[in-house]
Write a protein that binds this ligand. Structure first.
Ligand code: AMP
Ligand code: GLY
Length: 423
């Protein structure tokens, strides 16, 4: 069969790496892809949000299955368009993708179905929002309703900071229309973890646990990023907690979405805050996590393609995934300055040598070819991902890979996975 992956980051490289191993797949395309993906798939020069062009390509090439990586095309309705044309596609439709596309939508869903999360209120009126912040006090969390490229959440430690965030979002419209409405919610403390489940809209197939490292610097300091590294399994998610997450969060969410008339199909990403062994939802995303996909898919033993197809067809009967009995750790190598501004076009050395290491894959994110050389072209550049007999061994192997690779101003955290060792 012919498969098309939409996107060109680390998550999509990982999806291509896993999909390419399936005996069912003859041809793999990726739009737009990146230099790492180009070793596994035929890269097509179409951006992930050019839905008309993607649809024309999929029709012309008679693509059997399209797999969507990022959230933007999902919230734009790529799934609806492909389905209307009779094409099979993995991901939620536009109505269901609101679970990520609108914080208000997801908070209201959780309230309706008693899914544990932070207390909140949503506002379209600035004065009413200010009054609520004054009444609640700080710390408090201000969230732009819509997609804001991961920047729309402000964890405010005092009331003034919360009100400044509100002014930026509602008055100065720094996130455009995404800030027409805001959610203001209770500040939660605890340990964060990521939980994923495949679903066909009715049945669910949970994945192994994982944990991201969102802050830019060691010891969870510095600004929030898209994720500086991840590992799986995450010992904070015990077998008991896994069960509780499935029963009190994932199932009611999938059932609620169906009951509300927009069944959720695809992979559901649940961002969790765990305190005293109890999970609460921080946010939902309508897609795989990046970089969580890197360690998770390296650990996944089962063929992923039948799972993706079964979800897209509404016929998910498989009730478990086979996992390698190993841990996986992904260390993100980023451009110096990320998540702020950084220099692009710097040549990266050591990629071929790192590729020689066993149990290690260097997934590309923000890279591009320049005159035959691979250079950095984004904030998060590479996801060096390794397997090991336990988390400690996987950490060691991943950092062996990291040590071989270099470019000017490279930045990475030195403590990825350490949280798992401290348990
Ligand atoms: P989100 O974009 O919703 O994932 O939020 C980004 C980050 O902000 C999360 O990963 C948390 O670290 C933090 N965050 C979001 N909501 C809350 C909350 N209610 N309490 C504490 N931290 C939060
Ligand atoms: N790792 C965070 C995200 O994918 O949103």
């Amino acid at each position: 069969m012919k498969v098309l992956v939409v996107g060109g980051g680390g998550r999509e490289h990982t999806l291509c790496w896993k999909i390419a191993q399936s005996p069912l797949v003859e041809t793999l395309y990726c739009a737009p892809g990146n230099p790492g993906i180009a070793e596994l798939a035929e890269c097509v020069h179409i951006a992930a949000d050019e839905i008309d062009a993607l649809l024309d390509f999929a029709k012309a090439e008679q693509v059997d299955l399209t797999v969507v990586g990022p959230e933007v095309p999902l919230t734009m309705g790529i799934v609806d368009r492909f389905q209307a044309a009779g094409l099979e596609i993995f991901g939620p439709n536009q109505a269901a993708a609101q679970i990520e596309g609108s914080k208000r939508f997801s908070k209201d869903l959780m309230a309706r179905y008693n899914i544990p999360t932070a207390a909140y209120q949503s506002f379209t009126d600035h004065a009413a929002a200010v009054a609520y912040i004054r009444e609640q006090g700080a710390p408090i969390v201000v969230k732009a309703d819509g997609l804001a490229a991961g920047k729309g959440v402000i964890v405010a430690m005092d009331e003034e900071q919360a009100i400044t965030a509100l002014d930026d979002i509602m008055r100065d419209k720094v996130f455009g229309n995404a800030g027409a409405s805001v959610v203001i919610e209770e500040f939660m403390v605890g340990e964060e973890a990521s939980f994923f489940a495949f679903t066909d809209g009715k049945n669910i197939l949970p994945l192994a646990s994982s944990q991201d490292h969102k802050r830019a610097f060691d010891n969870d300091e510095g600004p929030n990023t898209g994720g500086m590294g991840a590992y799986s399994p995450a010992p904070v998610v015990t077998a008991e907690l896994h069960e509780e997450i499935v029963e009190t969060i994932v199932k009611p969410t999938i059932d609620g979405m169906a009951a509300d008339g927009h069944p959720y199909v695809g992979i559901l990403y649940v961002g969790l805050m765990i305190k005293d062994g109890r999970p609460r939802v921080v946010e939902f995303n309508a897609r795989f996590g990046d970089p969580e996909a890197q360690p998770l898919l390296m650990r996944m033993k089962s063929d992923i393609v039948p799972v993706l197809q079964a979800c897209a067809r509404g016929a998910l009967t498989q009730d478990s995934i086979e996992w390698h009995d190993k841990a996986a750790v992904c260390v993100v190598m980023a451009s110096g300055g990320y998540p702020g501004s950084f220099k692009k076009g710097l040549p990266i050395s050591g990629l071929d040598d790192a590729a020689q290491l066993d149990d290690l894959v260097v997934f590309h994110a923000g890279t591009v070819f320049n005159a035959g050389a691979v250079v950095n072209n984004g904030g998060r550049v590479l996801g060096v991902t390794a397997l090991g007999n336990d988390v400690a061994a996987a950490i060691e192997r991943a950092y062996q890979g990291v040590a071989i690779i270099n470019w000017q101003d490279v930045h990475y955290r030195k403590d990825i996975g350490r949280k798992a060792l401290n348990r």
